[in-house]
Write a protein that binds this ligand. Structure first.
Ligand code: GTP
Ligand code: SPV
Ligand code: MN
Length: 624
């Protein structure tokens, strides 16, 4: 029986420093895999893993005539989304994690992790994945090594990051890297030496997604899904990177990056936008304007790393190399660009399988097929009374496959940011678009974002929750300190700081129907924001910020009666008063760590509410 003991040889490739070998050896000694494989990132390696996963039942090969290079994975029903309740920030001091994070004592957590990782890879291969977040060698990019026992993680990391030998060579040359350890927690050989049958989706009911901000380490156990397991994404590029960014004067954000070019004069604008999980980042990143004169190119759909450049402006890169996007709702109507990107070389997880070996999900077509195999592998018909695809089913695809990708999306220095958008799912209160009065007001707007919860994480879907900067589940330190960091960045950027806007595509009428068509028509709101950046249009001061003046929002060709347009911008002082009370309550839990400036912003908001109540105030009406 293959038994890895103290004598394990991890056989590193030539040039690997002793410190890296020692770390990999220590993890192998702890987890006791059968073999250790150093990933080179080659096509041959990928194809070998694909074949092995088809063999083991983890992958279903899709119809290769219809979807060449495409596979379907079905996860365990207990492992379908991020697990926020099992995500921990293990800082020395609990106050450094803050009230919105789960804190765990680092010493105790290390003991727990040691216990659960002990022998957790028995009978499996341990993969060593060197990767770069951001273009290799770029001034904003950073390296990491993920150790995992999941081949699904290996092939996903190959699409989502720059993975393999070139990244390892930079580590060999002595560049900084972050260690990340992952196990699905499902050994194939038990302690007594008995071998168990492989399952389609190995995982463990006990889950730990742990971050050590002081030592900058990631340890993840028990889940093989998405952000729990692809550790370059939320664990590194947001939770650990937000800590690095705080210490090094940059920003690691849950934001898409977009370039919009005005065809009349060729002027380019760059936007970033923070929306909570499953609230439209991928859709906006691939926007197809319904108004003439604008061209949109995609740079990123989920994460932005932003740094002041030598010219004093803020520059953004996409640290990822692929999209891990929400499948349901993706259609020829809502996001044709994403749909077309999935024609080939895509990994689908938890979508439905058609009788001819293709994929389907809710919203892909108006008429569902008459028969499907659902995401759990069961027969499904339109009368089954349950979704065929899991609401958090996803596609994993290389970013270069999107026809909207900017030709220079991998430019290592990034793109200069002109405007930053904050948004969420709000049925009432928040207008379609509103410009912050200045950077500090924008930080207040970001800090007070609320949104209806989606299926991207476990929990009550539909419940309204605070999600400041769309970073609630992703900020690696005290959220109030994070707000202070944003205020400080505003000081550093001075008058070169991007303009900040709040948007809401999700406002509803009394019958609960969306007031705004959304998707491609969001270009209309973007156009107004960019004309503000260019200093070409005036704006009207209001409670929430500055609104478009009458007639400035382009609604040509839109079937939007004047009263519905007015409803999209209606600002009810009573509702805003309630909002201000809730913000004050929310801030209270952070005690005196809340920056004084945000309290001043709250007072300024209350003053604007009082002013709006004056009978002569007729400010808040936007009309065509
Ligand atoms: P993560 O990958 O989880 O961080 O999320 P994301 O923000 O990239 O989510 P994504 O763009 O995939 O959001 C998808 C959901 O938002 C789908 O249900 C879409 O139908 C919905 N959505 C996106 N844009 C709009 C819009 O303009 N209007 C409306 N009503 N829904 C939208
Ligand atoms: C999100 O939940 O914001 C995602 C998906 O982007 S995951 O990578 O699973 O976190
Ligand atoms: Mn996300």
């Amino acid at each position: 029986m293959p038994q890895l003991s103290q004598s394990i040889v991890v056989s590193p490739p030539a040039g690997v420093p002793q410190s890296v070998t020692d770390w990999v050896t220590s993890i192998a000694e702890l987890t006791k895999p059968d073999t250790v494989h150093w990933c080179d990132g080659s096509l041959a390696e990928r194809d070998q893993l694909y074949a092995q996963m088809v063999d083991s039942g983890m992958f279903v090969e899709l119809n290769q005539d219809k979807r060449p290079g495409c596979y379907l994975a079905r996860s365990a029903p207990s492992d379908v989304a991020r697990v926020e309740s099992r995500t921990f920030i293990c800082s020395e001091n609990p106050d450094d994690a803050g009230p919105t994070n789960n804190w765990a004592n680092p010493t105790t957590m290390r003991e727990t992790l040691h216990r659960v990782f002990e022998g957790s890879m028995r009978g499996r291969t341990m993969y060593v994945i060197p990767f770069s977040m951001g273009p290799l060698g770029g001034p904003i990019s950073k390296l990491g090594i993920e150790i995992t026992d999941s081949p699904y993680v290996v092939v996903s990391m190959r699409m989502m990051t720059r993975m393999g030998t070139p990244a390892l060579e930079r580590i060999n040359a002595g560049e900084y890297w972050v260690p990340a350890v992952h196990s699905v927690g499902c050994p194939l050989i038990d302690e007594a030496g008995n071998r168990h049958a492989e399952v389609a989706w190995p995982c463990n009911d006990d889950k730990y997604i742990c971050h050590f901000p002081e030592t900058r380490e990631i340890w993840s156990y028990g889940s093989g899904y998405g952000g729990n397991a692809l550790l370059g994404k939320k664990c590194y590029a947001l939770r650990i990177a937000s800590v690095l960014a705080r210490d090094e004067d940059w920003l690691a954000e849950h934001m898409l990056i977009l370039r919009v070019t005005r065809e009349s004069d060729g002027r380019q604008f760059h936007l970033t936008a923070a929306f909570p999980s499953a609230c439209g980042k991928t859709n906006l990143a691939m926007l197809r304007p319904t108004i003439p004169g604008w061209k949109v190119e995609t740079i990123g759909d989920d994460i932005a790393w932003m740094r002041p450049g030598r010219d004093g402006r803020l520059y953004a890169i996409n640290p990822e190399a692929g999209f891990f996007g929400v499948a349901p709702g993706t259609s020829e109507k809502t996001n044709p660009t994403a749909l077309h990107a999935l024609d080939h070389d895509t990994i689908f997880t938890n979508v439905a399988l058609t009788d001819d070996g293709d994929v389907w999900w809710e919203g892909m077509t108006k008429q569902p097929p008459s028969h499907l195999i659902d995401w759990q592998g069961n027969d499904w018909t339109p009368t089954s009374g349950r979704p065929a695809a899991h609401p958090n089913s996803r596609f994993t695809v290389h970013a270069g496959q999107a026809e909207s990708i900017a030709p220079d999306w991998e430019a290592p220095q990034g793109v200069p940011v002109d405007a930053i958008l904050f948004g969420g799912r709000r049925s009432r209160t928040v207008p379609l678009i509103s410009e912050a009065y200045d950077w500090n007001h924008g930080v207040f707007v970001g800090a007070t974002v609320s949104s209806r919860q989606t299926a991207a994480a476990e929990g009550a879907v539909g419940a309204l929750r605070r999600d400041p900067f769309a970073m609630l589940p992703f900020c690696g330190y005290n959220m109030a300190d994070y707000w202070a960091h944003w205020l400080k960045m505003g000081e550093l950027l001075g008058d070169q700081a991007p303009l900040i806007f709040q948007v809401n595509w999700f406002r509803r009428d009394a019958d609960d129907h969306f007031l705004w068509p959304g998707f491609g028509d969001n270009s209309r709101a973007i156009e107004w924001a960019l004309r503000r950046v260019a200093g070409e249009v005036p704006a009207v001061d209001a409670i929430s910020g500055r609104l478009p003046a009458s007639g400035d929002l382009n609604i040509d060709g839109l079937d939007l009666p004047a009263e519905r347009l007015a409803m999209l911008f209606a600002l009810d002082p009573d509702a805003w008063d309630e909002e201000a009370d809730l913000s004050e309550e929310y801030f209270a839990q952070f005690g005196d760590r809340v920056p004084a400036e945000l309290r001043r912003q709250l007072e300024a908001l209350r003053t604007r509410i009082t002013e709006a109540r004056q009978p002569e105030s007729s400010k808040n009406l936007v009309t065509a």
